[in-house]
Design a protein around this ligand. Structure first.
Ligand SMILES: [Zn+2]
Length: 417
């Protein structure tokens, strides 16, 4: 009796009542099974048009998994009626606790999805003695609901980023909302082609796209083309995060080439394990790393030259006025083009070619925090790393929306976790 009282506090279904509860074996395991019955004289609801109709017949009893209690699995047992709908024909009735074909109730799916945001999907599946696929379906249910019910009003600042997924050169394009206080993942789609970003704008809609004021992105040409066309009123900004990422890629390339030369000449590889020393900002190094970096700086290495060039460039971001900044930039580019470090020269040429976008960064200063895209990018990477067992792009998309989308959840009265 107590179980029914508790259940009625947690979740009540209009037109249905809880019946008796008992322990019985389900899939070889003892579980708590609670009957559900329609209220007497209630008519079943057609799932398609939402109208009530006559009962055509009653199907065999089925189990719907609910939120577990004291490590017992919990199931609702119900015999669905078929409704004879004058409009739609014979249909299995709508049940307020779950979809007809899914064996998990809505509440249980929301419950699992909440845990899957905190733990990896694999851990969640193990803890709740369920399959990885069930976790995926639960998260997908919550994400689908969220995407269908989210509010996209007031999006005026977005960032476009790409992220490498899986081994090889597979990419996901991510579009973030960057408005202060409303930072979230708006969209993600496979690849980083013109088509990819066009799909975002198509889904986002013309009216909303016209409201965009700031767009920050990478220098990836397909993105730039689409942004210029589809967000005509937006200032396209090349931001600090994306620029400094290019520097790091260049430094890494110089370092890799140098290591190859060491190997070819049978020289000691002084750069071994040095990757992070030169990629990180000096203020982010530990004491031990700092002293190792000091030793490296004494050597006449290309990697170190590249490193120092990046550190020199950091001043650029401190300028308040663009004309001064521009003079500094020109100077830096000229000096860099005189070196023999091809990857760094590539960065220099790229900066020179994208000056208008860099100028926009100064125009928008204070509007867009340079850390916003970086923070979201880190979170996305973490989600992907935590996601061992994600077998497809589709799974990754669902996981990213789930952790970064700030999506609304299906309403429920009781918060289980
Ligand atoms: Zn109907």
């Amino acid at each position: 009796m107590l179980i029914k009282t508790l259940l009625n506090k947690v979740e009540r279904f209009k037109s249905f009542v809880y019946g008796s509860a008992r322990l019985m074996a389900v899939n070889g395991e003892e579980a708590l099974v609670i009957d559900i019955k329609p209220r007497s004289n209630s008519k079943p609801v057609c799932p398609e048009c939402g109208k009530r109709g006559k009962t055509y017949d009653t199907q065999p009893a089925r189990l719907f998994e609910y939120v577990p209690v004291w490590a017992f699995k919990v199931f609702f047992q119900y015999s669905p009626r078929r409704v004879l709908c004058p409009v739609c024909g014979i249909r299995v009735e709508e049940m307020p606790w779950g979809f007809g074909k899914e064996h998990m109730t809505f509440s249980y799916q929301v419950y699992l999805a909440r845990w899957a945001r905190r733990l990896s999907w694999k851990e969640t599946a193990t803890i709740f003695k369920t399959s990885w696929d069930s976790i995926f379906r639960a998260v997908q249910f919550v994400v689908d609901y969220g995407l269908a019910n989210r509010n996209l009003d007031g999006v005026t600042e977005i960032g476009v980023d790409e992220i490498a997924v899986f081994k090889g050169h597979k990419y996901l394009t991510l579009v973030y909302q960057l408005n202060a206080g409303a930072r979230r993942l708006l969209w993600c789609g496979p690849d980083r082609r013109i088509k990819t970003l066009l799909r975002f704008f198509w889904e986002f809609g013309k009216e909303r796209s016209a409201m965009l004021k700031y767009v920050c992105s990478d220098m990836w040409a397909p993105y730039l083309k689409v942004l210029a066309k589809k967000a005509p009123n937006a200032l396209n900004i090349l931001d600090r995060f994306h620029i400094m990422r290019k520097f790091n890629e260049a430094i890494d390339e110089v370092r890799r080439n140098e290591v190859k030369l060491f190997k070819a000449a049978n020289q000691e590889n002084v750069l071994e394990k040095g990757r992070w020393l030169i990629l990180k900002r000096p203020e982010n190094l530990s004491e031990k790393q700092t002293s190792r970096l000091q030793d490296l700086l004494k050597l006449n290495l290309s990697s170190i030259k590249a490193y120092l060039m990046r550190e020199d460039f950091q001043q650029f971001w401190n300028y308040q006025r663009y004309d001064f900044a521009d003079r500094f930039l020109e100077n830096w580019v000229t000096r860099t083009l005189q070196t023999d470090l091809e990857p760094m020269k590539k960065v220099a040429r790229m900066l020179r070619n994208h000056k208008p976008m860099i100028h926009n960064w100064f125009k928008a200063k204070g509007r867009l925090s340079s850390g916003a895209v970086e923070g979201l990018n880190l979170k996305a990477k973490l989600t992907i790393r935590k996601a061992y067992g994600f077998r497809s792009i589709k799974c990754l998309q669902v996981a990213l929306y789930h952790t970064l989308g700030e999506l609304p959840e299906p309403n429920s009265i009781h918060r289980f976790c």
